[in-house]
Design a protein around this ligand. Sequence first.
Ligand code: GLY
Length: 362
Amino acid sequence: MRQISVRLGDRGYLVMIGAGLLSGVGEAVRPLVGGGKAVLVTVPPVRELYLQSVLDSLADVGVQPLVVTVPDGEDAKTPRTYLDVVGRMLDAEAGRDALVISLGGGCVGDLAGFVASTYMRGVGLVHLPTTLLAQVDSSIGGKSALNHPRAKNLIGSFHQPELVIADTRVLRTLPPKEARCGLAEVLKYGAILDSELFGILEGKAEEALGLNEGILEEIVCRSIEIKARVVGADEMDRGGRMLLNFGHTVGHAIESATGYTGYSHGEAVAIGMVAEARIAAKLGMISDGEVERIVRLATRLGLPTRASGITADELIGLMHSDKKVRGGELRFALPDAIGSGVVVGVTDRGLINEALSGVLEY
Ligand code: GLY
């Protein structure tokens, strides 16, 4: 088992990583429950596979949580689902000493985080991420969110968990689409922050896609180290953390434009990374050869690099709701080499339009 600290002073916490950890969560979670109500939020496919072993482990230490099952995917991140969870917590008389536990992927984690951050002005939170995407990215760093029809993750807060437990054995049952989506975020870390990780993925793309345990453990640990370091240096996303948005400015717009159903988050981010790499190339920050390296790796990881049915103007309109916009100017996290990046404001709408058009088919 590996432990990585997210260093945030009195809001700091551990990320525990290892095979089989879910069946032993009780011991680690017990001290965080105190005398309050534990509320476990999960989704149907994960419930069937892993809920019982988590409940057994919690029962061993005398914890019987309220279990709330919410819709899978982005449907978890709606105001209606949020109010349903809060209603269930009220019915169960959960107080300010409640502990919310998410068991599932990024969407249920974002919802549970928002519930924990707002219920009675804030209660404790533990994430048990079961997808690659949630393990390497969304469970760490305290971002919680609901979607607005016009902008992904528009409604949200920063609310750090008290513990994250990433059981790498559960990745064995990951549907191929989920594996690809998680690998999109790993590609992101490599492209914008860690050229060695990019090289590891280039060397082992097929093994990673085939869920080879050794490779997955290596890339999960390395990605979590990066995320913990970045969040420790910029918890509130005002500086270096914005780099983790590479591919997301365009990606979120693609998700909104297609009603959160056309492309999964990882797929939209992959297309977004290619579009944003093209913007970087047009700005002279990287070469066309480096854009090609990103396109080739994304393709080998089974990710789309083009989108259809959307226009560049539509995307540019939606990107104005992006959280990085300042004074009406679009800002992007762009690579200035493979493994390094900067956040830049781009005012040349024609340049953005051209770069986007290169990844869009209408
Ligand atoms: N997923 C990007 C971040 O947490 O900042």
